[in-house]
Design a protein around this ligand. Structure first.
Ligand code: 5RP
Length: 229
C-alpha cells in the first residue's frame, strides 16, 4: 500500500513547477508528496516554491523537508494543491477529513487553481458513503444539537475520539462527528442541508473541487480528469 501511495504522490509532484505556490494536503499519501517536493528543492530541480499547509501535521512535515512556507496573508491564490481523500466517486466528488483537517483542506481547495487528489484504487467508489462516514466539524457548544439534527436527516453520527479517550480536537479547536449516511445518492442536497446549520463549521463532502484524481492501481497510474468523466 505504501508503494501505491508513493507512486500516486510522486506523479502529482510532476505538476509542480518552480515559482509556484503549493497547497500541502494532509495524510499518509500526501506525506510522500511533501517529501518529494522537499527533495527536489534540495537537489535544485525545483526553485522558489512556497507551501501553504492544510494542518499542523503538514506544516511540521514541510519544515522537516525544508519547504519554505507562506500564508494567505501573502498569497490568496494557490497554483496547485496536492491532497489525499478517503473516498472518490465517479464524478470526482470526495469524502475527506479522515485526518481531521477537512476545514483547512477545503479552504485550500477553494483557493487553488488546480486541486490534485492522490489515492490508491481502494478509495474509488460508485457512490459516496459506501466506504466512509462523512466527517462533520462542529463547534463544541453545538455538538448535541447537531447530533440530533444529523440523526433527524438519517445520519448516524459518532463523536471522533483521540487515542487518549478524549474527543478529537481539530486544528481549529472543534469536534468531529463522523456521520454514516449510507449511500449518498445526492451529495449536493446533503451538502446544502449541512451548510444550513449554524453549529456545523464544515463537512468532508468535497463537491466539484477536484480538478484531477491520480489513482495508483495494480496496473499502474490512472488519471481521472474533471470533465473527461
Ligand atoms: C485528512 C484527509 C486525508 O487526505 C484523507 O484522510 C486521506 O488520508 P490518507 O492519505 O492517509 O489515506 O482528508 O483530513
Amino acid at each position: 500500500m505504501e508503494n501505491f501511495k508513493k507512486a500516486a504522490a510522486e506523479e502529482a509532484v510532476k505538476y509542480v513547477k518552480s515559482g509556484m505556490v503549493v497547497g500541502l494536503g494532509t495524510g499518509s499519501t500526501t506525506y510522500f508528496a511533501i517529501k518529494k517536493i522537499g527533495e527536489l528543492l534540495q537537489e535544485g530541480k525545483l526553485n522558489n516554491i512556497v507551501g501553504i499547509p492544510s494542518s499542523i501535521q503538514s506544516e511540521n512535515l514541510a519544515k522537516e523537508f525544508k519547504i519554505p512556507l507562506t500564508t494567505f496573508d501573502q498569497h490568496t491564490e494557490i497554483d496547485i494543491t496536492i491532497d489525499g481523500a478517503d473516498e472518490v466517486d465517479e464524478s470526482l466528488n470526495l469524502i475527506k477529513g479522515g485526518g481531521g483537517a477537512l476545514l483547512r483542506e477545503k479552504v485550500l481547495a477553494q483557493a487553488s487553481k488546480k486541486e490534485i487528489i492522490i489515492v490508491d484504487e481502494s478509495k474509488l467508489s460508485k457512490v459516496l458513503g459506501l466506504k466512509w462516514a462523512v466527517p462533520i466539524e462542529v463547534i463544541r457548544f453545538a455538538v448535541n444539537v447537531e447530533i440530533q439534527f444529523l440523526e433527524s436527516i438519517g445520519g448516524k453520527p459518532k463523536l471522533r475520539m483521540s487515542d487518549n479517550n478524549r474527543p478529537f480536537i481539530t486544528d481549529e479547536g472543534n469536534y468531529i462527528l463522523d456521520t454514516n449516511f449510507g449511500e449518498i445518492e445526492k451529495p449536493e442536497i446533503l451538502t446544502q442541508q449541512l451548510e444550513n446549520r449554524a453549529g456545523i463549521v464544515e463537512h468532508g463532502l468535497f463537491i466539484n473541487l477536484a480538478s484531477e484524481v491520480i489513482v495508483a492501481t495494480t496496473e499502474g497510474i490512472k488519471k481521472i480528469v474533471k470533465n473527461s468523466v
